[in-house]
Structure formats: C-alpha cells, structure tokens
Design a protein around this ligand. Structure first.
Ligand code: ADP
Length: 510
C-alpha cells in the first residue's frame, strides 16, 4: 500500500525544469516554449522539461561567449587545462549517476552509458595534457638576425551541434579541445538527450570554468542549430549527425568562410574470410550490429562473408541474436535497449519492409515490439537479413537500427569492392588469420577506420576519429589532429637586425 502510494506520488511529481546556460547563469528561454525529455524505454517517465529556445537565445549565448573569449584566450593554456583535470576527477565520482541519467534519456544499456561517461573522462585527461603541449614550430629565417615561428591562435567562438547517440562523449570531443585551445563555445545538444551535455558542463563549472566559456542553448536544429551556424560571430562549426543535415550545415558555413567539421553517417561492413575464427567473429558481429541498438555511426550494418563461411556464420549469429534480452537499459540483465524515438523505430520498420520487398530473407527478428512491457517504448527486435545483394537498399543505405544485412562475396577483392561501394566511408573490419590479407584490407578499404579481428565499433579518445566521402569533410575528432581544427596557425617573424630586410631579395644581394 505504502509503495503504491509512493509510486503514484512519483508519477504525479512535477519533472525538473531546466534552463539554458548563458554567460554562467541558468536562464529561461526567451521563447517561453519548452519540451519534455522522456525515457525511450517508457515515455511516461519524464526526465525533465527543457527549453525549446530560439534565435534570440542564441544571440545572447554568442554575445556571452564573445565576451568571455577576451579573457579566456589570455589564460595560460596549462591553467585552462587544470579545469579539465579537476572536472575529470569530479566526473569519476559521478560516473554512476551520469550513466543512469544517460540510460534514462537515451535508452542504451548501463554498461554502455558507463562507457560513454568514461570516454568523456578519458577525453578530459587527454585534452588536459595538451595544455602543456599545444606545440608550434620554429624554423630558421632566410635572413640574418631574424626569427621565424608558427604558433597556435584560438579561433574565437565555436558553435557545436551534437546528436543523441553519444550524448556525453561527442560533446566532450568538441568542447574540450576547443576550450583547451582558448576558444569559447555555444553548444546545442540533441533534443532527445539534453541532460548528459548539461552534466558534463556542470562538472566543468564546478571545476572552475569561468562564466561564458561554455554556453548551452537547448532546442531544435532549425530554431537553435541554424542560428548558431549562421551567426557571424561564431567562427567555427563542429557538427555530428546525419549526412543530410551535415550538407546543409556545411553549405551555410561555407557562405561565411567558416571552418566546419562534419562527422556524419556510415554503412559499415565486417568482412569475414573463410579462415576466420568463427566464434570470435560471431561475438564481434553481435556487438557491432546490436550494441547501442545499432544506433552508432560506426555500427556494423553489413557483414560481407566469403562462401564457405557464410551460412554457418549466419546461423550462429541468428542463434545468438535470438538470446539477446531486450528491455529497459536500466535493467542490468538487458542486452539491447530501445531505439531513441518513434521516428527512429519507424525508420527501422520501413527498412525491414524494403528489405523484404527487395527479396532478402529475414533470418531472425523483423518485428517491432509494442505489447506488454514494451508498450510505452520504442523497441525493435535484433534483425538479421540473409540473401542480401550488394545493390539492395538495405545493403547501401544507413538504417541506424538493430538490423544487419549479410552479403556473400566470392573473394577478398570482391568483399573489399562491396565494402567500398557505399556512399559512406567511416568504419570497416576484417576477420581473418591471414596477415597478408589483413594488410591488403587495411590498404584497400577506403574508410577512416579499419579494425582487424574486431568489430567496426570501439573508438579510443586519443586516436583521430572520422571518415571519408559522405561521412566527413576531411577533419578528424579526437587524437592529435583535432587541435588543427580548434586553432589557427599564426606565423610570427621577429627581425632583430635593426635594419629593413627584404625577403627573397636581400638574402641574395649580400
Ligand atoms: P540524427 O538522425 O542523429 O538525429 P540529425 O542530423 O537529424 O541526426 O541531428 C543531429 C543534430 O543536428 C541534432 O542536434 C539536431 O537538432 C541538429 N539539426 C537538425 N537539423 C538541423 C538544421 N537544419 N540546422 C542545424 N542543426 C540541425
């Protein structure tokens, strides 16, 4: 009776109301509009009410970031980095709570959200170390008594637009290198997962981040994202999301000559050769295809297997997929959580329909789960298609759901051709015991990442992350390359000769 009462009360308890972070203050949106952040495993569970902001909030956030830039850029980089070190320690203490918040708003299972928080912690430590590097370059001048060097200069106010599938790790990949380089930021997290970005930034604030260095404006892509991209005082844009939206953002940024880093879709394949260790491969396919309910840009969406191994592999994957427990990610015994929202689960349904029409066969799965305990969430069964031809849409287009298409290939060369045939180029993998074939795959797979004897997912914070073709536009996140994006190269010449020296002329006259 008592517990029932308590349950009723908790259902009726008003959800927490969150605000934008502008200039170090939590402020209401000027639009007066809000939206609910709900649990995709049970939409009756409201995590909070978040602002549905508009361009006037962006205006205020950019002004605050611009003001903060004037002092933040002058803070010595090792001092800026100290904030990151302290935030990392705070995050370590809160890891469990932040993981639970993330599972509630995003759906993926707890062991994965713990990994997402850990990735932000790893990124904090890695980027903090950079505060004592941020190396430049010196070289002799062609003229006597003259010095020449290239140093790093912050870009200014950076705008970030992030997706829902790694709601803490992805914002950390963008915010942390930006602030260590001396920039200030305005970030718009995905509407479905605003709390995890807020948690990350809250740790930075408690670690001593000065007001205005990071500003958060919650809301939709059109009402908040676009005004950030178009604001003339925002000097660089970093986006992760779909290739369709990335194209729009890249085009808008180009109109104002803004550097723009785009991290977009994928249609990643695991190649399996006849000599592969099958049980190891099955583990990899299951994790790659159904981890994060298939909602990773690096998810294994295709398995391209050679003839001898194809059927055996399909049967083993199906047998194991059948045993996966589907449910709320807050239940530690669950393997596969819900999809993020109605639209995403409907996309999966549509693609499974397309696959069947194209003539592929559903070996396992193929259904949305909407009865009983699944009634209030967005659940879809792990699904394996066999008999998939490389030209089918399910073999070519990104689905972003728990669906894997198995394609047969005659040879390593054909498998590589198939893998390269999609418009995307993010992650690839090969399972083989033949070192020569592994090296050929590493050389010939046209993608940003290739794994050998491991699935297509599993990026580490200190290595560059990104892809080619419709996946990216030449930039990388993480690793040592990201600092190139968040700093401009400034060349400084110091002439201590006390006379006018003319490059290209005077050297040759003496
Ligand atoms: P996903 O399928 O992962 O949701 P999207 O590309 O739709 O990918 O969204 C990624 C991010 O881009 C989200 O934060 C979203 O709000 C934002 N976004 C969507 N449309 C636009 C737009 N027209 N301009 C700016 N940002 C956008």
């Amino acid at each position: 009776m008592v517990s029932l009462l308590r349950k009723d009360l908790s259902v009726r308890m008003a959800p927490k109301v969150y605000k934008n972070l502008i200039g170090g203050e939590w402020v209401e949106t000027r639009s007066k509009r809000t939206h609910e952040n709900t649990n995709p495993a049970d939409t009756r569970d409201v995590i909070g009410v978040f602002p549905h902001s508009d361009a006037s909030d962006v205006e205020a956030a950019v002004a605050a970031a611009k003001k903060a830039f004037e002092s933040w850029r002058l803070v010595p980089a090792p001092k800026r980095a100290d904030v990151l070190f302290r935030a990392a320690r705070i995050m370590e203490e809160r890891k469990e709570q932040y993981a639970k918040d993330m599972t509630r708003e995003m759906g993926k299972v707890l062991k994965e959200t713990r990994g997402d928080v850990q990735e932000a912690i790893d990124t904090l430590y890695f980027m903090a170390g950079e505060g004592r590097r941020l190396y430049g370059f010196t070289t002799p001048s062609e003229l006597p008594n003259k010095a020449a060097m290239a140093v790093r200069m912050p870009v200014g106010v950076c705008g970030m637009i992030t997706p829902w599938n790694f709601p803490m790790a992805i914002p950390s990949w963008k915010l942390l290198p930006a602030i260590v380089c001396g920039n200030t930021c305005v970030i718009k997290p995905a509407e479905d997962t605003p709390l995890s970005t807020l948690n990350l930034v809250q740790s930075l604030i408690e670690a001593g981040l000065p007001k205005g260095v990071i500003n958060i404006v919650f809301g939709s892509g059109k009402d908040v994202g676009t005004p950030i991209v178009q604001h003339p005082d925002v000097r660089a844009i970093s986006f992760t999301g779909s290739s369709e939206v990335g194209r729009l953002i890249g085009t808008m940024a180009a109109e104002q000559y803004k550097p723009c880093s785009l991290e977009m879709g994928g249609k990643n394949a695991i190649i399996v050769l006849d000599d592969a260790n099958i049980d190891l491969t099955v583990d990899g396919v299951l994790w790659g295809a159904f981890g994060t309910t298939g909602q990773r840009c690096t998810a294994t969406s295709r398995v391209i297997a050679t003839k001898k191994v194809y059927e055996q592999l399909a049967d083993k994957v199906a047998a194991r997929a059948k045993k996966l427990k589907i449910g709320s990610g807050l239940d530690e015994s669950v393997d596969v959580g819900p999809q993020i929202n109605r639209s995403q689960v409907e996309t999966t349904e549509t693609y499974v329909g397309i696959g069947k029409k194209e003539g592929a066969k559903v070996l396992i799965g193929g259904n949305r789960l909407a009865a009983g305990g699944y009634k209030h969430g967005f659940f879809y069964e792990p699904t394996v298609f066999v008999g998939v031809k490389n030209n089918m849409r399910i073999a070519q287009e990104e689905i972003f759901g728990p669906v894997v298409s198995m394609i047969q290939a005659d040879s390593l060369e054909q498998a590589i051709d198939y893998s390269n045939s999609v418009v995307y180029g993010l992650s690839t993998a090969i399972y083989t015991k033949d070192i020569n074939k592994a090296y050929r795959a590493m050389r010939d797979l046209y993608a940003g990442i290739t794994y050998v004897n491991a699935p297509t997912i599993g990026a580490e914070a200190h290595l560059p992350f990104g892809g080619v073709k419709a996946t990216g536009n030449g930039h990388r996140e993480g690793g040592w390359e990201v600092y190139e994006f968040y700093s401009e190269t400034k060349v400084c010449y110091v002439d201590y000769s006390g006379r006018l020296q003319r490059a290209q002329m005077d050297t040759y006259d003496v």
